[in-house]
Design a protein around this ligand. Structure first.
Ligand SMILES: O=C(CO)[C@@H](O)[C@H](O)[C@H](O)[C@H](O)COP(=O)(O)O
Ligand SMILES: [Zn+2]
Length: 196
């Protein structure tokens, strides 16, 4: 296989998964967007966490809410729990890496806030613990996962929202996660501002 054929296959696989995911993800994304708008309109905030590429996604999403997505609007309250190296290193150093997000959720989370928990496997212990901490705080969880949702799928409540990408490859799942995050941004703006 030439390198360009190989690269072409990545494009095709990614595009196919996106189209296939549309059928299963459009409704949970719409439901999650509605829950986020309810939270934001009631002076709540969205906490976001994930590891590796999902940490980057957390920051990407928080930036689009706090600053803007595609249209002008007032900033919306979101915090990526992946960015403060002092907080992250002190928790990992003094307690355990697994608590890096859950301790922040317990410190910052309030009744009615939303946790957006991102994990392609659904099994990252630090994200699983963040979901448990959100439940303690009475916060609805939007879980962005892949495969079968892993441990996260088994601990979500009926009042949570599960956006589970039907694929096994971490990279492919991440590519659909980014699309889902942009759909959430667009849906939130649409629900708040109206328009076509
Ligand atoms: O971006 C990638 C792989 O594409 C990696 O950095 C990946 O995010 C890391 O291995 C994560 O630790 C994977 O965790 P998770 O998605 O299973 O929760
Ligand atoms: Zn990646």
């Amino acid at each position: 296989m030439t390198l360009t054929t190989r690269i072409g296959k990545h494009f095709e696989d990614s595009a196919q998964l996106k189209l296939q995911s549309k059928k299963v993800l459009a409704q949970p994304i719409a439901d999650a967007a509605q829950a986020m708008v309810t939270c934001l309109m009631n002076d709540g905030k969205i906490l976001v966490c994930g590891n590796g590429g999902s940490a980057a996604d957390s920051q990407h999403f928080a930036a689009e809410l706090i600053n803007r997505f595609e249209v002008e609007r007032p900033g919306l309250a979101a915090i990526a729990l992946t960015t403060d190296s002092s907080v992250l290193t002190s928790i990992a150093n003094d307690y355990d890496y697994v608590q890096i997000f859950s301790k922040q959720v317990r410190a910052l989370g309030m009744d009615g806030d939303v946790l957006l928990a991102i994990s392609t496997s659904g099994n990252s212990p630090s994200v699983v613990e963040a979901v448990q901490a959100a439940h303690e705080r009475n916060m609805p969880v939007v879980a962005l996962t892949g495969r079968e949702g892993g441990v996260m799928a088994s601990i979500l409540k009926p009042t949570d929202f599960h956006i589970c990408v039907p694929a096994k490859s971490t990279a492919r799942i991440q590519e659909v996660h980014l699309l889902a995050l942009h759909c959430l941004c667009d849906a939130i703006d649409h629900l708040i501002l109206g328009g076509e």
